[in-house]
Design a protein around this ligand. Structure first.
Ligand code: CO8
Length: 258
């Protein structure tokens, strides 16, 4: 029996795959699902045999939001004292690269979870939105911040204040999505992108992710210095020696993650 009730996990070569699996609720994110996603992702993060993670849902829904039925009757104090959904912060602190593979609905917390990943690839069927305003709330899992950084103020305001959805094509044009892929064979293509990442040096890919993420937290001078120091430390890896030796010898590198 699987140790998880709301997700499926598998490993394809060096790619760890987490599939949200609450089909009856269109993968709505309840507390139990959050805990399982975080636990599975952290296990992949720590596994030297896994170099990248794909987080996906079903063809119909990546995730239709936080679980409205679970939240509906909560009081402000229930939310505050439980620090509701703060555990997602652990997901954003993963060091392994994470690709969100989005088909169908990515709404509310579902869109916010995709934005916590490092790369968002979308099936042509994907629809993104922050419809919380229709429920008398507004985004609470980072949407007001991450969507604004991803698509700019005007479009973020448009999405959050009207609650409208964006097609995959609009999301790509706006910079929320890195690639739109055909629905046919979508997951395999998304896994292939993750496999490309996983074929690189894991510690160096982690450093690269850390450096890009610093761009969201630091001023330019500080960020460039942070990048340079991390860059210097990449020279402590065997993988840097291997990558450069392989280039000079005109052969493919074999990275070991050391
Ligand atoms: N929560 C709970 N159940 C859901 C959710 C959800 N977010 N979305 C869908 N479901 C359930 C439905 O209730 C339904 O269950 P049942 O069969 O028992 O009635 C089942 O999934 C199938 O849904 P529909 O019948 O509605 O399917 P449709 O194909 O007709 O419609 C939609 C699909 C358009 C996606 C529709 O389900 C919908 O609008 N869902 C809600 C979308 C939404 O508003 N999302 C935002 C939720 S709020 C949020 O994410 C806040 C995040 C921040 C939390 C931070 C806390 C600190």
């Amino acid at each position: 029996m699987s140790e998880y009730e709301n997700i499926l996990t598998e490993t394809r070569e060096r790619v760890g795959i987490i599939t949200l699996n609450r089909p009856k609720a269109l993968n709505a994110l309840n507390e139990a699902t959050m805990r399982e996603v975080v636990r599975a992702a952290r296990a992949f993060d720590a596994d030297p045999g896994v170099g990248a993670v794909v987080l996906t849902g079903s063809e119909k829904a990546f995730a239709a939001g936080a679980d409205i039925k679970e939240m509906a009757d909560k009081s402000s104090m229930d939310m505050y004292l439980a620090d509701w959904f703060a555990e997602w912060e652990q997901f954003t602190r993963l060091r392994i690269p994470v690709v969100a593979a989005v088909s169908g609905h990515a709404l509310g917390g579902g869109c916010e979870l995709a934005m916590m990943c490092d790369i968002v690839v979308a099936s042509e069927t994907a629809r993104f939105g922050q419809p919380e305003i229709n429920l008398g709330i507004f985004p609470g899992m980072g949407g007001s911040q991450r969507l604004t950084r991803a698509v700019g103020k005007s479009k973020a305001m448009d999405m959050i204040l009207t609650g409208r959805t964006m097609t995959a094509e609009e999301a790509e044009r706006a910079g929320l999505v890195s690639r739109v892929l055909p629905a046919e064979g979508f997951l395999d293509e998304a896994v292939a992108i993750a496999a490309t990442i996983a074929s690189k040096s894991k510690p160096v890919a982690m450093m690269a992710k850390e450096a890009v993420n610093a761009a969201f937290e630091m001023g330019l001078g500080q960020g460039v210095l942070f990048e340079r120091r991390l860059f210097h430390s990449a020279f402590a890896t065997k993988d840097q020696k291997e990558g450069m030796a392989a280039f000079v010898a005109k052969r493919d590198p074999e990275f070991t993650g050391e």
